[in-house]
Design a protein around this ligand. Structure first.
Ligand code: NAP
Length: 310
């Protein structure tokens, strides 16, 4: 086991990387642990339209890779590992991972959120076979085909617009008759000829033998069910699910104060345990944007520094 770190950051999304930049720059011995791609959710975002300063085609992956380089340039170590358990109480915290066990004076939790599923029959079996949660990853597979987007929030509408680059038609299936997405995104979608809407509808079942070939949709107003089949020539279509997300807080259940599964902090990112901070989408808060995540990360790292100094 290595020395005791000053800060261990769990999660390398924008919040975690921002915390790593600030902690590294404060000359704290800093470790970032990430089990998936460095960059978190922005790695599956094509356009960073509303991030201040992000112009000229800035993408999520390009921003994430610069944040990573910046964190490493200040001395933060970034390891790929899966956290299995944490011991948060006491002066020295322990993070048990698949490959190693690490110890630290402070912990910053920046584990973010995971996409929610629709929860209908066929969804799990057909994931990767017509059902997707990432338009940037899977959109190109639907070149010239029909696609459906489930949801009415920022993610759904942003990704519906993105999918029009590939799909010949994109239909948004939303459970109400008005969108939750921000007006700028709504305007883009309504102005796009390729985007159509199925209002007041939910997906009840996804069907296909090895590949998605039809789905049962229900109108919530009339309770009428109808089945949508793939065009005969296409053989399949895409269903992209963006119905919100769940906090990745399983590891911290019963250990930290939570609200609806999100970690409760004060405005200094302090959780209910001294020396343990939370930053980004995993926090109980109302605005979840990259710009608020990086702000949280900076605050958490500066507060961790103050905590260590005593
Ligand atoms: P969200 O805002 O929670 O929206 C989820 C959408 O899915 C809602 O329209 C909701 O319908 C619908 N929905 C939820 N459960 C459903 C179900 N079981 N079946 C069918 N539809 C269901 O989630 P999000 O769009 O992923 O956004 C999450 C956060 O990230 C938000 O704070 C958002 O502003 C932010 N974000 C920002 C950007 C950006 O470009 N700035 C991009 C993506 C995300 P109702 O509307 O009826 O509740």
């Amino acid at each position: 086991m290595k020395n005791i770190y000053d800060v261990i950051i769990i999660g390398a999304g924008p919040a975690g990387l921002s915390a790593a930049i600030y902690a590294g720059r404060a000359r704290l011995d800093t470790l970032v642990i990430e089990k998936q791609a460095v960059g978190g959710q922005i790695t599956i975002t094509d356009e960073m339209e509303n991030y201040p300063g992000a112009i000229d085609g800035e993408t999520g992956p390009s921003l994430a890779s610069r944040m990573r380089r910046q964190a490493e340039s200040f001395g933060a170590d970034i390891v790929s590992d899966t956290v299995l358990g944490v011991e948060l109480e006491g002066e020295i915290k322990t993070v048990e991972c698949h490959n190693s066990t690490y110890r630290s004076k402070t912990i910053i939790i920046a584990t973010g959120v995971q996409p929610k599923r629709i929860g209908c029959p066929g969804e799990i079996e057909l994931t990767g076979k017509g059902v997707s949660y990432c338009a940037t990853c899977d959109g190109p597979f639907y070149e010239g085909l029909e696609t459906y987007v489930v949801g009415g929030g920022d993610s759904a509408i942003k990704e519906a617009v993105y999918l029009t680059r590939y799909a010949r038609k994109v239909t948004v299936i939303h459970r109400r008759d008005s969108l939750r997405a921000t007006m700028a995104l709504q305007e883009k979608a309504f102005a796009n000829d390729k985007i159509h809407f199925l209002w007041n509808c939910v997906v009840d079942e996804l069907k296909g033998d090895g590949i998605l070939s039809s789905m049962v949709v229900r109108n919530l107003k009339t309770n009428e069910k109808f089945e949508i089949f793939a065009d005969e020539d296409d053989g399949t279509f895409g269903v992209f699910v963006f119905v919100g997300s769940n906090p990745a807080t399983e590891l911290f259940r019963e250990k930290l104060e939570m609200r609806n599964g999100f970690i409760v902090t004060d405005e200094d990112m302090k959780t209910s345990i001294p020396g343990v901070f939370a930053a980004g989408d995993v926090r109980a808060k109302s605005v979840r944007q990259v710009v608020t995540a990086v702000s949280d990360g900076a605050i958490a790292a500066l507060q961790a520094e103050q905590y260590i100094e005593g």
